[in-house]
Design a protein around this ligand. Sequence first.
Ligand code: ZN
Length: 268
Amino acid sequence: MDKIISLKRYICGSEEFNFSELYRNCTIGTKNLPVNVFMLEHKRQGTILINTGCSRLLRQNPTAFAKLLMRSKLSFKNDDGICSLLSAEKTDPICVRKVLLSHCDPECCGALPLLPKYELISGAQVLSVLWYADASDRIMKSTLPPAGIPKRAAGIFKGKTFLSQYFKWVYDIFNDGSILAVDISGHAKAMVGFYLPEKKIFFAADASIDETSIEQPLIPSDKLLGKQFYPDDYLSVLITLRRIHKEHPEIRFLFSHSESAITFPVTE
Ligand SMILES: [Zn+2]
């Protein structure tokens, strides 16, 4: 019996990407892609969110927001994002017991202060960006989790996984092997990806804009690399993900901006 029972996608904002500008060998042009938030149902841990998307809190500090809009062509409604979407389907946001954070960009942290009660889990480096937040880290003060929210860094995974061939450390979010995490920093100062072994789904956050550059040998332009915290690391993570895609074609990649998302159980 699987530990992860369901996966659902919520769209909390969108971002425009000009692929022809961001990759040297690409003629796709402009795509308007979603800002994805994923909700998982775990047999023992309950309702889990992966990231929280955009919310009105991003507009709270006009200077930081103007800077954010210079980096990314984001758009979103001026409401509380994921909390509104959950309430609209009669799910009380208090049901969310755990939030897994890939990295500390405003589009990931956007609703952290709006969710009422949860434990925040990520890699130790990602959490340390929250602890020692400074202006150079691109994080927004208005989206930092309130002081009373418990934060936990995932421990080392002790079992066997193919991921060990590609990453030095593999972390185990719930100490039950149901969700593993690996360091994919580069886009951000610290960033983790989450892997669901039961479903062979790899959520790789912003390690690529979407699946296109994993499936095709697109060459990131200087413009795309200039947007990354550590451009060299961004490239080496991209190469690693392409290797995984080639050597393990059964694994399905999901990104923060994937247009079509895998969901289960299949409802249609
Ligand atoms: Zn990001």
